[in-house]
Design a protein around this ligand. Structure first.
Ligand code: P1T
Length: 391
C-alpha cells in the first residue's frame, strides 16, 4: 500500500481512498447501490450494515476528500447546505456563532431562519478585520463560521489570524472552502477545525451532482458528525458519490485552467469602460490581495464585477450571453454568469445586501475551462447589449 501522505495532490486526487475491487479487480470504484448488506449472523459484518450509516462508494469518496484536504476525517452529505446544517446540529440552544457577513445566501438562511428556531444565534460581521471577530465573541460563543473567498464579493479573511482567536477562546473554526477548493487553500493546515465544501461546485466540477462534505482532524468532532450523518440521514447517493469521485480526479488540472481564465478575464474587465469595479483576489488592488497571496496557492476561478447601468443593463447583459449560461451555481467546466441580488442572494434582506455592496449592477462569473478568447467575445456581446439597454 502506498503512503498517501507522501504523494502529490494530483496523484491523491486520482488514487486516494480507492483500490481495485477485491472481487472483480475493477480499477474504477464500483457503484454499490445496495441499501442493505447481508450479515453472517446478527451484528456480524465487515463494516457495512445499512447504506445510510455507511456505503463502500461513499467510503471511497470520503477517503479521497480527506486526503486532498489533509484531514483525518471526511463526512459526506447530500448537499453543501446539509453539511452546514449538520455541523450546526453539534450546537445546542443558547449557543452563539460569529459568522462572516458575506456568504452564500442559502448559508445565511440556515443561520437566519433554521437554527435560530432552535435557539442558536448568530452575529454577522466583516471578517476581513480579525479584530472585529475577537470583539464579537461572547461567553456563549461556540463557533466561528467563515467563507474565504466569500460569495459573492470575494472578500478575503485571514484564516490563520482568526484560527488564533478561535484557539485562544476554545472555539470551533469552520471555514467554507468551496470557492478555493483544497487545490488552492487548506484551512485545516492554517489552524481551522473544520473545512466545509459544497461538492456540487469545483470538487465535482461538472454541474451534475448536488453534494457536500465536512472535514476535520478533530476525532471527537468527527465522531459527533459521523453520528449525526447517520442519525439525521442527509447522505449522498452512491451514484452521486461515484460521480464526485470521478470529478475529483481532474480537480488539480481543472483549477489550473479555471485560474488562468479568471485572471485573464479579471484583468480585461478592470480596464473596461462599462465596469465600475472588479472583485478578484488576484488583482493587486483587491483589498485582500496580500492575504490571498499568503494563504492561497492561486486566487481561484470566480470573478464578480459591478456593471454600469443597474438592473436593465445587468438583465440585458445576462440575456445576451450564449457561452455563459445565466444560472446559479459555480465551479463546473462550463462558464456561468448570474445576478446575486436577484438569484443566489435573494434570501439576504435587501438592506443587508445594500450595506454589503451587493448592488443592482453586481454580476458574478464562474469562469469555466473553455477557450478564454471565446469567453471574452461572449462577454463583449453582453456589454454591447447592456449599453443598448442603458441608453
Ligand atoms: O448548493 P449546496 O450544495 O447545498 O451548497 C451550498 C453552498 C455552500 N457554500 C457555498 C460557498 C456555496 O456557494 C454554496 C452554494 N452556492 C450556490 C448555489 C451559488 O450559486 O452560489
Amino acid at each position: 500500500m502506498h503512503q498517501e501522505n507522501k504523494l502529490g495532490f494530483d496523484t491523491l486526487a486520482i488514487h486516494a481512498g480507492q483500490k481495485p475491487d477485491p472481487v472483480s479487480g475493477a480499477v474504477m470504484t464500483p457503484i454499490v447501490l445496495s441499501s442493505t448488506f447481508a450479515q453472517e449472523g446478527p451484528g456480524a459484518h465487515n463494516g457495512f450494515d445499512y447504506s445510510r450509516a455507511g456505503n463502500p462508494t461513499r467510503d471511497a469518496l470520503e477517503g479521497c476528500f480527506a486526503a486532498l484536504e489533509g484531514a483525518k476525517h471526511a463526512i459526506a452529505f447530500g448537499s453543501g447546505c446539509a453539511a452546514t446544517t449538520t455541523i450546526l446540529l453539534t450546537l445546542k440552544s443558547g449557543d452563539h456563532v460569529v459568522v462572516g457577513d458575506d456568504l452564500y445566501g442559502g448559508t445565511f438562511r440556515i443561520f437566519d431562519k433554521v437554527v435560530k428556531q432552535f435557539g442558536v444565534s448568530a452575529t454577522f460581521l466583516d471578517m476581513s478585520d480579525p479584530a472585529k471577530v475577537a470583539s464579537a465573541v461572547r461567553p456563549e460563543t461556540k463557533m466561528i463560521w467563515m467563507e474565504t473567498p466569500s460569495n459573492p464579493l470575494l472578500k478575503i479573511s485571514d484564516i490563520a489570524a482568526i484560527a488564533d482567536i478561535a484557539k485562544k477562546k476554545n472555539l470551533i473554526l469552520a471555514v467554507d472552502n468551496t470557492f478555493a477548493t483544497p487545490a488552492l487553500q487548506n484551512p485545516l493546515a492554517l489552524g481551522a477545525t473544520l473545512a466545509v465544501h459544497s461538492s456540487t461546485k469545483y470538487l465535482n466540477g461538472h454541474s451534475d451532482v448536488v453534494g457536500g462534505v465536512a472535514m476535520t482532524s478533530d476525532d471527537a468532532l468527527a465522531e459527533k458528525l459521523r453520528f449525526l450523518q447517520k442519525s439525521v440521514g442527509a447522505v449522498p447517493s452512491p451514484f452521486d458519490c461515484y460521480l464526485v469521485l470521478r470529478g475529483l480526479k481532474t480537480l488539480g488540472v481543472r483549477m489550473r485552467q479555471h485560474v488562468e481564465g479568471a485572471r485573464a478575464i479579471a484583468e480585461w474587465l478592470a480596464s473596461h469602460p462599462q465596469v465600475e469595479r472588479v472583485l478578484y483576489p488576484g488583482l493587486a488592488k483587491h483589498p485582500g490581495h496580500a492575504i490571498a497571496q499568503k494563504q492561497m496557492r492561486a486566487p481561484g476561478g470566480m470573478v464578480s464585477f459591478d456593471l454600469r447601468g443597474g438592473i436593465p443593463a445587468a438583465t440585458a447583459f445576462l440575456k445576451a450571453l450564449t457561452i455563459f449560461a445565466c444560472a446559479e451555481s459555480l465551479g463546473g467546466v462550463e462558464s456561468l454568469a448570474e445576478h446575486p441580488a436577484i438569484m443566489t442572494h435573494a434570501s439576504v434582506p435587501a438592506e443587508n445586501r445594500r450595506a454589503l455592496g451587493i448592488g443592482d449592477g453586481l454580476l458574478r462569473l464562474s469562469i469555466g475551462i473553455e477557450d478564454v478568447g471565446d469567453l471574452r467575445t461572449d462577454l463583449e456581446v453582453g456589454f454591447a447589449a447592456a449599453k443598448r439597454a442603458a441608453s
